[in-house]
Design a protein around this ligand. Sequence first.
Ligand code: BDR
Ligand code: CA
Length: 310
Amino acid sequence: MPTPVILDCDPGIDDVVAIWLAAAHPAIDLRAITTVAGNGTIDHTSRNARIACTVAGIHGVPIGQGAPGPLAQKLETADWIHGANALGGIDLPQLAMGLDDRDAHDLIRDVLTQSTQPVTIAATGPLTNIATFVERQPELCRKIERIVWMGGSTGRGNVSPYAEFNASTDPEALDIVLASAIPFTMVGLNITHQAQITREVRSRIRAIGNATATFGAELLERFCSTYDAFGEMPDGPLHDPITVALIADPAVATTQKSRLDIELHGDFTRGVTVVDLLELTSRPKNVTVAVDLDVDRYWSLIETAIRSLA
Ligand code: BDR
Ligand code: CA
């Protein structure tokens, strides 16, 4: 039976591909998409979720708008990576669908309430919506099977030497979610940087030839040229869909149980995820951390998904 999934995201170029994989993979039953501010303002990320569904012909998945900004700090969007419209500044098609009448909180509540099975949450942005839900609906959280989140890192960062964007955009939210004891998997930069969108990958995607592939290839070209321009790496990393891939096909990555804490105070380290992979402290293990990616298997999942869409 496919796994029921809610995808909480901040599209964002790589979030768009996560939506496509979640909608297309037969092992996933995508029950809802919820949006959060992060890569762009909430207006942009909510519109971009609808764009992702429009382009790929994904109908019938409700999209609920969520938080306009982090719990305890001002929103700093990632325009420098995702462009002013959070989709690389490319021309966007006319929207073929609206937002659900319910906001993210009410949509998550309804999906959990109505589901006969526990529901998995894939989260690919700051954890603001999920933390808010955890605080408002502690009882219902028993119906969350686990949260698989793209964010953090076991090593280097991408917004400061050691802080990753999603963690650093809303550290308090991560802290609340970790305290909830809901089973949690972290997909950090340590693994997402293994998913380099090489020129060869981009041309294979473009060669699929459908509307989703053409739009996706354009997005990925923009993404990679931005990474290249900033001297980060010539081929950008496709972070977010690894969360969905892990749910659909656990063999796509190896994982390790570990201790994760989020730094809330440091002068230089606020928003840094502290992952005790080497078991240097005696703090109890509280999460699963994705470690090594089967890169070919990952791209095969992405290509198969795109091929099956519009
Ligand atoms: C994360 O930040 C965003 O820019 C991406 O969409 C991804 O979720 C990578 O640090
Ligand atoms: Ca994201």
